[in-house]
Design a protein around this ligand. Structure first.
Ligand code: FAD
Ligand code: NAP
Length: 378
């Protein structure tokens, strides 16, 4: 068996070409597109554990590259040097380089050619908030559309671009339940920014594939694992795509006959259209594998209902599970959700454990130190 520590195992620089078996829309009728993917690991001998992630190496969309080339004023047939290779610019843009998401360093390099006073001002340290506002919803093409006379050569253009970074996805399956397969739960990034339709490179790359092979590799995460003692209760909080690793956790707990109790909090926009893996949770509940299920639908009523509200509603019981040694997991959005869930834990400690704010903070820290509060947030 090859594992990620095996030097011959597929890796970021030597990805495995995995056959895409299933690409299924899970949110029919929703204004949000979340997809379930199943990839084959047959013959790769790759093994993962619940809690690990999969790295995917996407290519850029040909249409996006054509639009960019037109904006830059190049044809794509120019020969350029990328690393050791002499290839056409179009090949480089499709297969090797990141050419959409903007960075400050890229704007700086671009302005060495464009010499724009506006960009120069935005790049001043004092204007960092204005730069963030400017970059929001803009991509590289927008620089060339706004400052069209940069007169850049094909090789200098390549010099503005960094190698295409892989994207990580939390694995949504257990090998015990799906031998030689890896499943993912992906929110497809689609938005309109400054009048142009934008799409996320990797999520739309995956969404648009059927029967293709996907270059990927395993990215282990030793800090997000099921408890070694399978009788330990677990509490999982995973709204949106944060649900992914918990599908893997429950599959594994079922397959191994783990006796520990399982509690899942899931939330998304609407129960009718965004209940990811809903039939599976209902059936696990019936079978007594999922002992508690807290659901938060944020757009099914006027006021927002989020997973942390459901946690607080069940504060007494949650406190009792934690006192019985439960491990608390959270996965999904790092910017707001994970912070609010953290605050909810503190509130529960204050309300149910009769602690003051400071003691509740120390209690949460201790939980983390004991590795009973684990996060997979992005
Ligand atoms: C450990 C880990 C696990 C992850 N697991 C999952 C998972 O299970 N499922 C999942 O779907 N994702 C997951 N992600 C996120 C995933 O890796 C990608 O970041 C995500 O799919 C977006 O990549 P992309 O290539 O499609 O978009 P990109 O091409 O990288 O574009 C994203 C960029 O678009 C811009 N943007 C996005 N939306 C808007 C908007 N509305 N307005 C303006 N600008 C916007 C932002 O600049 C953003 O950075 C995980 C990330 C990590 C680090
Ligand atoms: N159209 C798009 O391009 C699009 C759509 C969805 C997601 N995304 C992106 O895809 C990524 C992953 O999406 P996702 O499915 O994991 O999550 P998500 O769509 O961002 O959110 C999932 C659920 O969490 C709720 N939520 C929002 N703020 C929260 C908070 N502070 N605390 C708790 N719950 C909160 C959302 O409610 P509300 O949304 O009702 O507030 C929704 O019900 C995100 O980075 C997001 O920006 C893009």
């Amino acid at each position: 068996m090859s594992t990620p520590s095996d030097p011959h195992a597929p890796s970021k620089s030597n990805p495995y070409a995995s056959e895409l078996l299933v690409n299924r829309l899970m949110t029919e009728g929703s204004d949000k597109e979340t997809r379930h993917f199943e990839l084959s690991l047959k013959g790769s001998e790759l093994e993962y554990l619940p809690g690990d992630s999969l790295g995917v190496l996407p290519t850029n969309c040909e249409e996006v590259v054509e639009d960019l080339l037109a904006a830059v004023g190049l044809t794509g047939s120019e020969q350029v040097q990328v690393g050791e290779d002499d290839i056409t610019l179009k090949d480089a843009l499709i297969n090797r380089l990141a050419c959409t998401v903007l960075s400050k360093i890229q704007i700086k390099k671009f302005n060495e050619f464009a010499q724009s006073d506006k960009l120069n001002d935005l790049l001043q340290i004092a204007n960092k908030d204005s730069l963030v506002d400017y970059m929001w919803g803009r991509e590289l093409i927008d620089l060339f559309l706004e400052f069209p006379h940069s007169g850049i050569s094909a090789q200098d253009f390549v010099g503005l671009l960094r190698p295409m970074p892989p994207r990580l996805y939390s694995i949504a399956s257990s090998l015990s339940a799906h031998p030689e397969e890896v499943h993912l739960t992906v929110a497809v990034v689609n938005y309109v920014g400054h009048g142009r339709e934008r799409k996320g490179v990797c999520s739309s790359y995956l969404a648009e594939r059927v029967g293709d092979s996907i270059p990927c590799y395993l990215h282990p995460n030793k800090n997000f694992k099921l408890p070694e003692d399978s009788s330990t209760p677990i509490i999982m909080v995973g709204p949106g795509t944060g649900i992914a690793p918990f599908r893997a956790f429950i599959e594994e707990r079922k397959a191994t006959g783990a006796s520990g109790k399982n509690w899942l909090f899931f939330g998304d926009r609407s129960q009718k259209t965004d209940y990811l893996y809903g039939d599976e949770w209902e059936s696990y509940q019936k079978d007594g594998i999922l002992n508690e299920l807290g659901l938060a639908w944020s757009r099914d009523q006027n006021e927002k209902v989020y997973v942390q509200h459901k946690m607080i509603e069940k504060g007494y019981q949650l406190w009792s599970w934690l006192n019985d040694g439960a491990v608390f997991y959270v996965c999904g959005d790092a910017s707001r959700m994970a912070k609010d869930v953290d605050q909810a834990l503190r509130t529960i400690a204050q309300e149910e454990g009769a602690m003051n704010e400071e003691d509740a903070g120390s209690w949460v820290k201790a939980l983390q130190k004991e590795r009973r509060y684990l996060k997979d947030v992005y």
